[in-house]
Design a protein around this ligand. Structure first.
Ligand code: G1P
Length: 297
């Protein structure tokens, strides 16, 4: 049986305080890596994985996101008249089909799990994906596509997993693993932001999920977790309590933490170096900086 995953939830309600003052008026997800907003990378990855319905969980102050996904007929006309066909194509590639996007408001910042649960009526009784746009993953095959392919074999629920250093584990959801088969690990427990030194492994959850709709029912059965918030990790872990499968998927690709300034800058440089028109100039500049830094030491 082909297990279709056609809906994805994008939790984008966060305040983006780490990027203030920029995020005072610009949603974090509109901030750009080279010339594309973070959210565009997430949408492109979802589309490549076969997602057809895009559910944004937003909050006050995020209307720029809705505008971004609107058609821009005046701009398209101007580009067409000016014969700027490449820019026109770049713009058109951002267009979404009418009815493909839904926006739901999370009225109170009660946590990632709560944000996802706000989308429950739109998800209904189907498996669904969750993409955290802060986690940008560069790779030959987009991460969610890799997971959708693996999910055809496994069913259950699946989270993207990445090995991190022990000192970083307390910043993530962390997997307790019972066995491994290639890229797939079987999960027997999950802890959100474990206290230093208590993490069950070095395998962190990264912001890509394929979830059974039953996870949505778990929100009524769990308490507030780490940071006093309703955690997605806890709702997924509850699947294990009820005897259902959860897998971790060790994806191929390089993940950037664009929720932090250092990660965002690294992603900017890496994506710029991947572009033919920018590579040489930027690489020469980085070389010069490096040489100057060494000379100053
Ligand atoms: C969220 C999740 C966490 C996960 C992380 C990945 O945490 O709660 O389980 O490991 O994303 O980026 P946040 O970064 O929002 O604190």
């Amino acid at each position: 049986m082909k297990r279709k995953v056609t809906k994805a939830v994008f939790p984008v309600a966060g305040l983006g305080t780490r990027f203030l003052p920029a995020t005072k008026s610009v949603p974090k997800e509109i901030m750009t890596l080279v010339d594309r907003p973070l959210i565009q990378y997430a949408i492109d990855e979802a589309r490549a994985a076969g997602i057809e319905d895009f559910i944004f969980v937003t909050s006050r102050g995020k209307s720029a996101l809705e505008d971004y996904f609107d058609l821009a007929p005046d701009l398209e006309n101007a580009l067409r008249k000016a014969g700027k066909t490449e820019l026109l194509k770049a713009l058109r590639d951002t267009n979404m089909d009418s009815g493909a996007i839904a926006y739901i408001r999370q009225h109170k910042p009660l946590g990632l799990g709560h944000a996802v649960s706000c989308a429950r009526k739109l998800i209904g009784n189907e498996p669904f994906a969750v993409i955290l746009p802060d986690d940008v993953i560069a790779g030959e095959t987009p991460c969610l596509q890799q997971m959708v392919e693996a999910y055809q074999e496994t069913g259950g629920s699946m989270v993207a997993a990445l090995e991190v250093s022990p000192s970083q584990a307390s910043s993530y959801g962390v997997l307790d693993v019972s066995s491994q088969d290639g890229s797939l690990v079987r999960v027997r427990g999950m802890v959100e932001k474990p206290a230093a030194g208590t993490a069950p492994s070095n395998l962190a959850v990264i912001g890509r999920y394929i979830l059974s709709p039953r996870v949505l029912q778990n929100f009524s059965k769990i308490e507030r977790g780490a940071g006093g918030e309703i955690q997605l990790t806890d709702a997924i872990a509850h699947e294990l309590t009820e005897g259902r499968d959860v897998f971790g998927y060790l994806f191929d690709g390089k993940r950037f933490d664009c929720g932090s300034k250092a990660g965002f800058l690294q992603a900017t440089v890496a994506f710029a170096l991947a572009r033919d028109e920018l590579r040489d100039e930027l690489a020469a500049f980085l070389d010069t900086l490096h040489t100057q830094r060494q000379a100053a030491q």
